[in-house]
Design a protein around this ligand. Structure first.
Ligand SMILES: *Cc1c(COP(=O)(O)O)cnc(C)c1O
Length: 390
């Protein structure tokens, strides 16, 4: 009997969909900074930025205190402002879009590809106008978008790579593909600094603008003023306090050193799911396309509505009752009340996103998962899907 109906759950302890992987070397790296002179805006920030440019094969990295701050600084660096339109996908975290609104520009929602949930170049093409200033592309779940086609429009791309640290597109690392790429280091992401993010670019001017935006538009930061033996700074533009601390940067450096090992584990878990789910009718993993090396931040599967007597939310509740921490990534942003009210977006604007969003679940996937954990997920899926399948 299903746990939701009073039966025995597959797991007695809850398995979350994602979580950080911290070991003693991470703890030691943080402790070392706590005993040093610089808790923030010191040498560890620069060291972390250098490590990120090496990992991503980009020229510049600007570390900030969240993925959202990274997106905000990237859009600011491009000069996005009132009167501009920016094309965005609806299947993403809200901040890929909210930063456009914060800068006074208008988000224009393009639909997504049904197989990958990445922004659909054909839909983007239909929405281009004289006002279109940039395209936000989200590498959904960790799989890069179709950049050959997206770049053919000749517009700057803000690549939201928050899922995709470690991924690559036709052999080129995410972070070096487009004008700007952003990462998040939230605990569920591929590496963590607790809270944190970064902007990667190979354009010196964009890097300079993002760096200024991170620190109130000040011409010199605290460390530079000390080195130059001056108290003075100039403000030519305004910014925010989006600085990442040295404590967080030390954690980031330590975590980044383990990225390859983390990716290997994530890819092995994804391959296990691929094999196991092929044997369950009514569970269809998203496609992973040729020429794109997936970073598997998320493992997302589709549960086609017509295969079941109940909707996705009932499958969600039943799997949660079995102890499996499934999630939904994401509800379409253009259907959130704020966007409907402010921009007049509505159901039918992005039909693929709307249909797919109601059929997907994210399965648990994180570095410390063991064989028993993944087999529990498969057992619970088998149990729940069989019960509700028509
Ligand atoms: C996590 C995430 C963000 C926001 O990152 P924070 O560090 O939480 O601010 C933005 N976009 C996507 C696609 C994300 O997954």
């Amino acid at each position: 009997m299903l746990a939701i109906e009073g039966g025995e759950p597959v797991r007695s302890s809850f398995l979350p969909y994602g979580k950080q992987c911290i070991d003693n070397s991470d703890i030691a790296a943080v402790a070392e900074v706590l005993q040093s002179d610089w808790l923030t805006t010191g040498p560890k920030v620069e060291e972390f930025e250098r490590a990120l440019t090496e990992t991503c094969n980009a020229t510049y990295a600007v570390a900030v205190n969240s993925g959202t701050a990274a997106l905000h600084a990237a859009a600011y660096a491009l000069g996005i402002g009132p009167g501009d339109e920016v094309i965005v996908p609806p299947i993403t975290f809200v901040s890929s879009v909210s930063i456009i609104v914060h800068l006074g520009a208008t988000p224009v929602f393009a639909d997504v590809c049904p197989e990958t949930l990445c922004i659909d170049p054909a839909s983007v093409e239909k929405l281009l106008t004289k006002r279109t200033k940039a395209i936000v592309c989200v590498d959904f779940a960790g799989q890069p978008c179709n950049y050959d086609e997206l770049r053919s429009f000749g517009l700057p791309i803000i690549q939201d790579g928050c899922h995709a640290l470690g991924a690559s597109y036709k052999g080129q690392a995410v972070g070096s593909l487009n004008e700007l790429c952003t990462f998040s280091f939230h605990p569920v992401k591929n590496i963590t600094t607790a809270e944190g993010g970064a902007i990667l670019t190979s354009d010196e001017n964009l890097a300079r603008r993002a760096r200024s935006f991170r620190n109130h538009g000040l011409s010199l930061d605290q460390r530079q003023r000390r080195e130059k033996n001056t108290w003075a700074y100039e403000v030519h533009e305004l910014g925010f306090n989006y600085r990442l601390s040295d404590i967080q940067s030390a954690l980031g450096i330590s975590q980044l050193g383990k990225l390859e090992e983390f990716l290997k584990k994530r890819r092995a878990l994804a391959a296990y799911y691929d094999r196991a789910l092929a044997g369950i009718d009514g569970v269809e993993p998203l496609s992973s396309l040729d020429g794109r090396e997936h970073a598997y931040h998320l493992y997302v599967a589709r549960f086609p509505r017509q295969k079941y007597s109940v909707d996705r939310d009932q499958l969600f509740r039943a799997l949660r009752a079995e102890g499996i921490g499934v999630m939904v990534h994401y509800f379409p942003i253009h259907l959130q009340p704020f966007f409907e009210e402010k921009f007049g977006t509505k159901g039918g604007d992005c039909p693929v996103a709307e249909l797919r969003s109601a059929e997907i679940l994210t399965l648990p996937l994180f570095v410390q998962m063991n064989e028993k954990d993944v087999s529990d997920v498969v057992e619970a899926l088998t149990k729940v899907c069989e019960f509700y399948r028509v």
